[in-house]
Design a protein around this ligand. Structure first.
Ligand code: CA
Ligand code: CA
Ligand code: CA
Ligand code: CA
Length: 526
C-alpha cells in the first residue's frame, strides 16, 4: 500500500558526485540541479482528512466511491504539501517546479551549493535527483499498410487492429467509451486532424494542462519544437479518431483529460516530476483510466523495478489504490529467452498497472517489445495489442493517416479496449478488471499463460470476452440480468446479420437473429 515513506530517498550528495565525476574535464558542472525534496510529515493533517481539504472533482469522488481500494474516500495523500516547508526550501534560492500531494514532496531547480543545507532541514526526509524519461517513441510515421481485407468497412484501415483485440464486437454492442473518461500523459496533442472534428463524434476534452510550460494549453504553441506533439497526437488518434471508412479510434465516444508532461527536445530531458503532477491531475479530474507511453530507465538499475522504488511507480500505486485504472507501455527495449533478465522501465513495474507489450498483425510478438518480469518476479508485460504498423492520424497534417510502431501504440489500443469494457462493466474494480482481462486474453484462453519467459504475459487483450466475463450469454446488454433490455436487442437486430463476426444478438451462431435466439433469451429470463 502506498505510504508517505518512499523506499529510496537517495541523499543527493552521492548522485551529484557521481554525475560530476562522469563529466568531461573541460566542462564545468552545472550550477543548478533539479531535485525532489521529500518532507517528513504534513503538520496540518489532523486525525481526519475531509473532502473539503482536497482538490478532487465530483467525478473523482464518484469514481473513488466505486473503485477506491482503501478505507474512506480520502487520506493524507490528498492534502497539499505544507506551504511553510516549501517556503523554507525556496529561501535557499530553490525554484519550485511541481508540488506532489501523493509523494509529499516538491521538485525544485536549486543551486548546487544549497543542496546540503536543504537536506539538513528538520522536516526534510530526503533529497534525490529528478530522473529522466526516455520516450518509448517510434522513429517515424509512414503511410499505413493496406487493410488485409477484414470486414467492418466503416473502420477502414483500423479494422484489423481493433478486430484483433475483439473490440469490434464490443463496439457493436454499443460500448465505444461513452461516459468513460480517459487521461492521457504524453508530449502534447495537435488536434487539427479532421478525425478529431467530425460532426458525429468530435473529440471531447474535459480538461487539459501543460505541466512543462505551466499553462492550460496542451497543443502546439510558439517556441515548441516541431516534433514536440507527434507522439501524443499518434496516441490520441489511436484512441479518439473518428473518420468512417478510414480510421476509427478504439474508444471514439470517450471523453479525455490531457496532460502534457514529456518535454521531447530538451537537452536535459527531466520530466519524472511532471509525470507525477500529470497523474495527480488526471486522478483529481475524475478520469476512469490513465494511459501513458513513457518509460523511465535512466539512473535506475534492474533491482529498482520492484514496484516501490521509482517515484512514477509510487505515484501509479497511489493512483490505482484510488480506483484509477492505469496502463503503461512496457518499453521498446526488446526481449530474450532468459526470464532472469528484464528490459522494462518505470512505471511498468507498478503493482496494479497494466503494462502493455506489442505484436504484429498476426499476433506474433514484436522484436522491440520489452520483456519482464518486474524485479520481484511479477508478470510483465501483462497484455498485448498490435504495435507494428498501427494506424492512426498523421501528426501534423489535417488529413491523412500514419502507420507507427512501438509499445507506445499498442498501449492506447489496450487502453481503448479497457475504456469500452468499463463502459459496459462499471462494476469492475481495478483488481477485478485486471483479473477479467488476464483470464480472457488469448494466451490464457489457449492455456499457455502467463508466459514463463515474461515476453507475452497473458496474450492479446480480448475486449468483448472481458466485458462479458461472468455474465450469462443471453445477457446481451451485459447489465447482469436477462430481461427486457436483452429482449429489445434481439427484436432490434431481427433478421440476417450484417456481419456475422460482430452479430452479438445471434446467440445460436447461424448468422441470423430469429425465433431461436429469442427462445434463448426467454429461456434464461430472470
Ligand atoms: Ca502550453
Ligand atoms: Ca529476459
Ligand atoms: Ca441484460
Ligand atoms: Ca441465430
Amino acid at each position: 500500500m502506498p505510504s508517505d515513506r518512499l523506499a529510496v530517498p537517495v541523499l543527493l550528495a552521492c548522485a551529484s558526485l557521481a554525475a560530476a565525476a562522469a563529466m568531461p574535464a573541460f566542462a564545468a558542472p552545472p550550477s543548478t540541479e533539479t531535485v525532489w525534496v521529500f518532507f517528513t510529515d504534513r503538520p496540518r493533517a489532523g486525525a481526519q482528512v475531509s473532502l473539503e481539504d482536497t482538490v478532487l472533482t465530483s467525478r473523482a469522488i464518484a469514481r473513488r466511491e466505486v473503485r477506491r481500494a482503501l478505507p474512506g474516500l480520502v487520506d493524507a495523500h490528498d492534502l497539499p504539501v505544507e506551504p511553510a516547508y516549501v517556503a523554507a526550501v525556496r529561501s535557499f534560492g530553490a525554484e519550485p517546479r511541481v508540488e506532489s500531494r501523493w509523494l509529499n514532496a516538491v521538485s525544485v531547480e536549486v543551486p548546487r551549493s544549497a543542496l546540503r543545507s536543504i537536506a539538513r532541514l528538520p522536516f526534510v526526509r530526503g533529497v534525490q535527483p529528478v530522473r529522466a524519461a526516455t520516450s518509448i517513441a517510434p522513429a517515424a510515421e509512414t503511410a499505413p499498410a493496406p487493410s488485409d481485407g477484414v470486414a467492418a468497412t466503416d473502420y477502414g484501415l483500423t479494422a484489423p487492429q481493433l478486430g484483433q483485440i475483439d473490440l469490434l464486437s464490443l463496439h457493436a454492442r454499443g460500448f465505444r467509451g461513452a461516459g468513460v473518461v480517459i487521461g492521457v500523459l504524453d508530449s502534447g496533442f495537435n488536434r487539427v486532424h479532421e478525425a478529431f472534428h467530425s460532426a458525429e463524434h468530435p473529440l471531447n476534452v474535459l480538461a487539459e494542462y501543460d505541466f512543462i510550460n505551466d499553462d492550460p494549453n496542451t497543443g502546439i504553441e510558439e517556441g515548441d519544437d516541431p516534433n514536440q506533439h507527434r507522439h501524443g497526437t499518434w496516441i490520441l488518434g489511436t484512441l479518439a479518431a473518428y473518420l468512417p471508412g478510414q480510421a476509427v479510434g478504439a474508444a471514439y465516444e470517450a471523453s479525455f483529460v490531457l496532460a502534457k508532461t514529456e518535454d521531447v527536445p530538451t537537452e536535459t530531458p527531466i520530466e519524472e516530476d511532471f509525470y507525477v503532477a500529470g497523474l495527480e491531475f488526471i486522478e483529481a479530474q475524475g478520469a476512469d483510466l490513465a494511459t501513458s507511453s513513457l518509460g523511465y530507465f535512466d539512473w535506475y538499475v534492474a533491482s529498482d523495478f520492484d514496484g516501490e522504488t521509482a517515484v512514477t511507480t509510487t505515484a501509479v500505486n497511489i493512483a490505482t489504490a484510488n480506483g484509477l485504472v492505469c496502463l503503461t507501455a512496457n518499453g521498446n527495449g526488446g526481449h530474450d529467452e532468459d526470464p532472469s533478465t528484464l528490459a522494462l522501465g518505470a512505471p511498468a513495474d507498478a503493482f496494479e498497472v497494466i503494462s502493455c507489450g506489442a505484436t504484429d498483425d498476426t499476433g506474433t510478438i514484436a522484436g522491440f517489445s520489452s520483456d519482464g518480469p518486474s524485479f520481484d518476479g511479477r508478470v510483465k508485460p501483462e497484455l498485448l495489442a498490435r504495435g507494428v504498423g498501427v494506424v492512426t492520424v498523421h501528426s501534423t497534417n489535417e488529413t491523412g493517416l500514419a502507420g507507427v510502431n512501438g509499445t507506445s501504440l499498442s498501449t492506447p489500443l489496450v487502453a481503448g479496449a479497457v475504456a469500452c469494457i468499463l463502459g459496459a462493466r462499471p462494476d469492475f474494480t481495478v483488481s477485478s478488471l485486471r483479473e477479467a482481462l488476464f483470464a480472457n486474453a488469448t494466451d490464457s484462453v489457449a492455456g499457455i499463460a502467463p508466459d514463463p519467459l515474461f515476453v507475452r504475459g497473458y496474450g492479446l487483450v480480448q475486449a468483448d470476452a472481458t466485458a462479458s466475463f461472468g455474465r450469462a450469454s443471453a445477457d446481451l446488454s451485459l447489465d447482469g440480468t436477462v430481461g427486457g433490455a436483452d429482449l429489445a436487442i434481439v427484436l432490434g437486430a431481427w433478421g440476417a446479420c450484417g456481419e456475422c463476426a460482430t452479430c452479438f444478438a445471434d446467440l445460436t451462431g447461424d448468422c441470423q437473429v430469429d425465433g431461436q435466439d429469442l427462445a434463448v433469451v426467454l429461456g434464461a429470463w430472470q
